[in-house]
Design a protein around this ligand. Structure first.
Ligand SMILES: [Zn+2]
Length: 436
């Protein structure tokens, strides 16, 4: 166990991401057990004796990044959708025939691979969803990460899938104070009937779970919804009572002005996954316009099948670049806003802003320390711009979740990476069959 009662992270530049925008250079973060006790300038903390001092000289200390949408276990199929058209993506069961050859236990190992990729690149919390979620919850628990997990619901297999979702909630609960807890995850408006979506809202009210859904992610979805009398995915969510500040809707590519107003007025969240949108659909949601109209937006990597990494530093950069091109305006989505979309705003989207997203006393000690000495980073004229456009996940040197150091000098403290990769290799050979 890499936990000391009191740790002092000292000597680094501290980027708090608090509402005042405080930066302490050099600064200190004092961690007591699982919580942050103090954040301030170097001289603001007098050692009491008995603390473990962690030398963070040469590092930028900042809140762990928060991934608003992904499916970690699908790292197993990284790269198998190369060159697919949007029609093939929407028609496929993701990665046939390979998914047919996977057994449930494989998804545990996929979540270990994807989760460890996220953790070592500075993502300390993720919203994750798929099937086999009881196994995936065990993986996130073993990794020591923070996660909000949903068992995906659709009309197909509705009764057993509901049982899977409810048993996940019974096991892990819905409390934001629990490192691992559950939301409710209807798949998308076109795969869930109006009746199922209304049931989701009712169960969310009973359990206190937040709602996570894909929405307006393809033209095929819009076609299907027109047949049910809905002119768009967001309108379908409005009609079934799903919109609200506890809803996180991934993608929202195809939205019109009225739907932007519905999203903004309801306080609903959009999980923006620009790389996945580019690779699957070849289109982006109108994010600059969303922000201008007050729609709340957080960033997600989506799965590695269509990204192909889960690195929020890359995602921030791509979100900036792609949206500037889409808007024809280089001034939209400034770096400071992109950084908030991967920290404080994403924490708020997940209902975790009282727990994480910024370095402030009382919050959970989910902290990363990024090595500042890379040639691609120096000199540090503008911290947000350097983090968004120069930094990479591999620059992250240390990671703590709930005060427990999970990554030290870029290596996990608690996971045998070699053994994990051997297991992934065995799965890869099996699912590729004769091609392996
Ligand atoms: Zn997704």
């Amino acid at each position: 166990m890499e936990r000391s009662a009191r740790q002092v992270l000292a000597g680094g530049v501290v980027l708090t991401m608090n509402a005042r925008g405080d930066v302490f250079s050099p600064g200190v973060v004092v961690v007591d057990g699982a919580r942050i006790l103090h954040v301030g300038g170097e001289g603001s903390w007098l050692p009491h004796g008995g603390e473990t001092v962690v030398d963070c000289r040469g590092c930028l200390i900042m809140p762990g990044l928060v991934n608003a949408h992904t499916h970690a276990c699908m790292a197993l199929f990284r790269g198998l959708g190369e060159g697919w058209s949007r029609h093939r993506w929407s028609a496929s069961a993701y990665a046939p025939p390979y998914m047919d050859r996977a057994v449930p236990a494989d998804y545990y190992w996929g979540a270990m691979l994807g989760g460890l990729e996220m953790l070592t690149s500075g993502i300390t919390c993720t919203a994750d969803r798929f099937s086999h979620m009881s196994l995936i919850a065990e993986a996130f628990d073993r990794l020591g990460m923070r996660a909000v997990l949903c068992h995906t619901l659709r009309d197909v297999g509705r009764a057993p899938e509901w049982e899977g979702a409810l048993s996940l909630i019974r096991r892990w609960g819905t409390s934001a104070r629990s490192r691992i807890h559950c939301g409710i995850g209807p798949h998308a408006p076109d795969t869930c009937s109006d009746d199922l979506l209304r049931e989701v809202r009712r169960v969310a009210g009973e359990t206190g779970a937040r709602i996570f859904i894909h929405c307006a992610q393809s033209e095929a979805e819009l076609d299907a919804l027109r047949g049910r009398g809905h002119a768009g995915g967001v309108r379908c969510l409005a009609a079934t009572g799903l919109l609200g500040p506890d809803l996180v809707a991934a993608h929202c590519i195809y939205v019109d002005e009225e739907e932007l107003r519905l999203l903004a007025d309801s306080g609903s969240w959009v999980a923006h996954c620009p790389v996945s949108n580019a690779r699957i659909e070849g289109r982006l949601p109108p994010v600059a316009e969303m922000l201008r109209r007050g729609v709340r937006v957080a960033l997600g990597t989506d799965w590695a099948v269509s990204n192909n990494t889960m690195d929020l530093f890359d995602e921030m950069k791509c979100a900036g670049l792609l949206n500037k091109v889409a808007a024809g305006d280089a001034a939209v989505l400034p770096s400071a806003a992109l950084l908030r979309m991967a920290t404080v705003d994403a924490a708020r989207a997940l209902g975790l802003d009282a727990q994480i997203g910024s370095l402030e006393p009382g919050k959970a000690a989910d902290v990363i320390a990024l090595a500042m000495d890379g040639l691609h980073l120096e000199p540090w004229h503008d911290i947000p711009a350097t983090l968004v456009y120069s930094a990479k996940g591999r620059d992250v040197r240390h990671v703590w979740v709930d005060g427990r150091q999970l990554v030290r000098d870029r290596r996990p403290t608690h996971i045998d990476v070699g053994a994990l990769l051997e297991e992934i290799g065995r799965i890869r050979r099996r699912i590729r069959g004769a091609e392996a």
